[in-house]
Design a protein around this ligand. Structure first.
Ligand SMILES: [Zn+2]
Length: 55
């Protein structure tokens, strides 16, 4: 399972998130943006949405 940050294009370190599921919120360890997982696929792909921290 790997995820490329949509903001900074670096690979987000997911090792600290052992059991990711849809709806979980993760933070990019490179740029600090907050992402919400919208879908996880069987092949390990992940779709995320950027969480607006100002809300
Ligand atoms: Zn990032």
């Amino acid at each position: 399972m790997r995820l490329i940050c949509p903001e900074c294009k670096n690979e987000v370190d997911l090792k600290s998130y052992s059991k990711l599921k849809e709806g979980d919120v993760i933070e990019c360890n490179h740029c600090g943006i907050t992402l919400s997982i919208s879908a996880i696929y069987e092949d390990g792909g992940i779709t995320t949405e950027i969480v607006d921290e100002g809300k």
